[in-house]
Design a protein around this ligand. Structure first.
Ligand SMILES: Cc1ncc(COP(=O)(O)O)c(C=O)c1O
Length: 235
């Protein structure tokens, strides 16, 4: 397979080239190494970026080239974001004051949500993680199903919590956390800042963790579908 992509691996050019020629070479030389993930019989991963509506939206996004960081830089992008927040609040009965932001994918969704949850549970324990960092912070217990997506663990590493912070909760044949196992895990973590990572859409089976039996009370709970740029955290 690597040999088929050999034409892409060119030495660093000494001279610039016309942009059209570079784009043509890219299209031609990448072709033998492209995986046709957009086909209806592609069952490998959850990819949908080239279905017609997604592709059209992607083209618009690239052509508009907006900086969506501030309202003044792209009022349209800000209004789209506010509108989606309204929809999500309605769909999931989220409380007044809920915030939302688009991120680049599943990894960043889980990372962002876990960062928010880390901030919230530590604030309740009297620790300002933004100001004080993690050195000397109360130890956080993260509860996740034993089928939690790999990006949850990646996020925990990035956020300085690490694999050792995770208490694995036994799940059923569909990859859902068992409510009794979750309850037991919460009981044993009593007194510690706790984050529950609940999956809304197991990547293999589509099953949902039992959010209704979730953390309740003074804890943070997060969920999301790792195959799409979605994540949700609730404190
Ligand atoms: C192994 C792996 N890594 C990362 C991701 C998330 O990718 P992204 O952050 O690009 O959405 C997925 C999605 O399911 C995955 O299966």
């Amino acid at each position: 397979m690597r040999r088929r992509c050999a034409a892409l691996a060119v030495p660093l050019p000494e001279q610039g080239e016309p942009a059209a020629r570079v784009v043509q070479a890219l299209a031609r030389n990448a072709d033998p190494g492209i995986v046709a993930s957009g086909g209806p019989r592609f069952f490998g991963f959850v990819i949908g970026g080239s279905v017609p509506a997604a592709l059209a939206a992607d083209w618009l996004t690239s052509a508009w080239d907006q900086n969506a960081g501030l309202f003044v830089l792209s009022p349209a992008a800000a209004v789209v974001e506010e509108t989606v927040l309204g929809w999500l609040r309605e769909l999931f009965s989220l409380p007044e004051g809920t915030g939302m932001g688009f991120v680049t994918g599943g990894q960043m969704a889980n990372t962002t949500c876990l960062a928010a949850a880390r901030h919230a549970v530590l604030a309740r324990a009297g620790w300002d993680v933004a100001a004080q960092g993690l050195n000397g912070a109360p130890r956080i217990v993260v509860l996740a199903g034993d089928e939690a997506h790999v990006t949850v663990h990646g996020a925990l590493r990035l956020l300085g919590l690490g694999d050792a912070s995770v208490g694995k909760v036994k799940s059923d044949g569909q990859g859902r956390m068992l409510p009794d196992a979750l309850r037991d895990a919460l009981r044993s973590a009593e007194g510690a800042p706790v984050i529950v990572c609940a999956q809304a859409g197991n990547v293999n089976t589509g099953s949902f963790d039992p959010l209704e039996h979730g953390a309740g009370g003074r804890r943070a709970i997060g969920g999301g579908h790792p195959g799409g740029p979605s994540g949700l955290t609730a404190a």
